[in-house]
Write a protein that binds this ligand. Structure first.
Ligand code: UFG
Length: 326
């Protein structure tokens, strides 16, 4: 049985990856400092509470378990905050990752799966976004992920490290059967915020900009179910195990939905009316971000998202939002 180290396995996407990997027969070891994640989200037996800045902890994990692949989910993800406090982002998302990579090199662990983002593209020059689209991040969050991608290019050549950088579009939804889901300590994402207006946790949802160059004037995003993302990670392990190359792969559904469409879909799923307020644009938001479908993800990862109807994705998020366990 292969041992996979999941850094950030107590967080939103990492916890779903753990469940998927265990179901597929991998042995998961979660390393998380619990600054953003939750102990209750870790659905495997091996949990180490620790920080990837702590080389002793990393050496302990690498020397205790014969790790075949490292997955790295721990990062700060709030775009707006990254503009106000870039240091926090470069320290956590770049410097800490360097420390993790150094420990991997020292302990001769070769395979790395990295959580990257479509935010590395900045304002799209064309849509849908394929892997060859020019990369020009417009905020420190996107830049921090871009920098790690570049570091990985160099490390893979110099240190024989193999990696897959998976560039997520908008992760959404929750596990349909295991009680894990999205619960950021400071929530900024559209779908959970809309649903919180329906549980009474928030008064209303602000639509950030209604004058974009999109069909209904609101921003368009590609919402991909977190379980489909998790499946892609498992397939990325197999891709690395099978060959000697590294890859950068976009992960979206290929379908875009506007903010207004998401709100309408939430109303349809819940049968409730969402209180909406029109607000100014949010700084740093591109009008549309949509992935190509059937690109590298399909070819290399056999990626076939199961959640295509956005209402199904929202239904899982709604189930979770009403019955959260942490
Ligand atoms: N939005 C609103 N009102 C809100 C929250 C969001 O109108 O209260 C709009 C945003 O302006 C945006 C869309 O809903 O147009 C989606 O916003 P999210 O905050 O849910 O997600 P982002 O599109 O900002 O996601 C981006 C990148 C991801 C990255 C993520 C990190 O696209 O790759 O930020 O949080 F991972």
């Amino acid at each position: 049985m292969k041992n996979i180290l999941i850094v950030g396995g107590a967080g939103y996407i990492g916890s779903h990856a753990v469940v998927n990997l265990q179901e597929s027969g991998y042995n998961c070891i979660v390393l998380d400092n619990l600054s953003e994640g939750y102990r209750d989200a870790v659905k495997c037996d091996h949990f180490v509470q620790g920080d990837i800045n702590d080389t002793n902890v990393l050496n302990y994990v690498f020397q205790s378990y014969d790790i075949s692949t490292v997955m790295h989910f721990s990062a700060y993800i709030n775009v707006g905050e990254s503009v106000v406090d870039p240091q926090k982002y470069y320290k956590n998302n770049v410097q800490s990752t360097l420390n993790l990579l150094s420990a991997m090199v020292d302990n001769k662990v070769k395979n790395f799966i990295f959580s990257s983002t479509c935010a590395i593209f900045g304002n799209p020059q064309y849509l849908p976004l394929d892997e060859d689209h020019p990369q020009a991040p417009i905020n420190p969050y996107g830049m921090s992920k871009f920098m790690v991608e570049k570091i990985l290019e160099d490390y893979s050549k110099a240190y024989n490290l193999k990696y897959v950088a998976l560039r997520y579009f908008n992760a959404a939804g929750a596990h349909p059967t295991v009680r894990i889901g999205e619960n950021h300590r400071i929530e900024t994402h559209l779908i959970p915020l809309v649903l919180k207006t329906l549980t009474g946790e928030r008064k209303d949802i602000k639509i950030f900009g209604t004058d974009y160059d999109t069909p209904d004037g609101t921003c368009v995003r590609d919402y991909i179910h977190v379980c489909d993302l998790a499946e892609a990670h498992k397939n990325a392990i197999e891709l690395l195990d099978a060959g000697n190359e590294s890859y950068q792969i976009n992960l979206g559904t290929g379908v875009g939905h506007s903010v207004k469409e998401i709100i309408a879909a939430c109303e349809e799923v819940t049968g409730m009316r969402v209180p909406v307020v029109n607000a100014p644009r949010r700084a740093g938001d591109p009008a549309s971000l949509v992935a190509t479908s059937g690109g590298l993800a399909k070819r290399l990862l056999n990626f076939n998202p199961k959640f295509i109807d956005i209402r199904e994705t929202i239904r899982t998020a709604w189930d979770w939002e009403r019955n959260k366990e942490y």
